[in-house]
Unconditional design. Structure first.
Length: 226
């Protein structure tokens, strides 16, 4: 996953490393912001359907598998971050979580969007699971896609943390993005919005803890910036 290369600014200090308890608390509080998705998705009314002319994707029930597997993936990814991530990058991750989730949920509240449920035929387990999602999960909070911006943010963080496995993080993100389309849960605009929000949150997190783009650092060291 390509992104701006950042290096630490020498004048910024980490301070005391966060304990595991504080790490779990911070991640939990960030997730509480994201949890606003639940009531807004069920209780919001009005708004727009962000459907574009290119949104002609068929429903393939098999894609419900990666769509649902996102949940254990996120839980595992967040737990590993809490337990193993170096303190400075962890602080950047937490700032990114708060920023991304706050922007996402603010859009859900102030600019409501929805996706219409698609009639499903068949009786196998995949169709049953997808029908359960369509009929019992809220149809609002379409833009930006929470599935996409959470996965994108984790992919960016893990791409920085384990850069030799970037192909894996990119592959996961592609599969998750496609799963939101082929399950009828989101439109193309929702996916693009999810990417945008996650990238903004990621760079905000790096900025928050004092990381700077490598080009800016070079200019600063040469004394060209005041």
């Amino acid at each position: 996953m390509t992104s701006t290369i950042y290096r630490a600014h020498d004048t910024v200090r980490d301070g005391t490393a966060l304990s595991i308890q504080k790490r779990f608390l911070l991640v939990f509080l960030a997730c509480c912001i994201q949890a606003i998705y639940i009531p807004t998705s069920f209780r919001t009314t009005g708004g727009i359907e962000p459907k574009l002319p290119i949104d002609v994707f068929p429903i393939w029930p098999v894609w419900v598998v990666p769509y649902v597997l996102c949940y254990p993936l996120w839980f595992t990814g967040l737990t590993w971050i809490v337990l193993k991530m170096e303190d400075r990058i962890f602080r950047a991750a937490v700032a990114a979580f708060f920023f991304t989730f706050a922007i996402g949920t603010s859009i859900f509240i102030f600019f409501p969007t929805y996706v219409k449920a698609t009639p499903l035929e068949g009786g196998n387990i995949l169709v049953f699971l997808l029908r359960l999602i369509h009929e019992n999960w809220g149809r609002y909070d379409a833009f930006p896609s929470g599935h996409v911006y959470i996965t994108t943010l984790l992919a960016l963080l893990y791409g920085r943390w384990y850069p030799h496995r970037k192909a894996l993080w990119i592959s996961i993100l592609i599969v998750v993005s496609l799963s939101t389309l082929f399950t009828g849960q989101h439109y193309v605009a929702d996916i693009l919005g999810g990417y945008l929000v996650a990238f903004a949150g990621y760079h905000f997190g790096l900025w928050w803890v004092g990381f700077l783009p490598a080009s800016n650092r070079t200019v600063k060291e040469s004394g060209l910036l005041l």
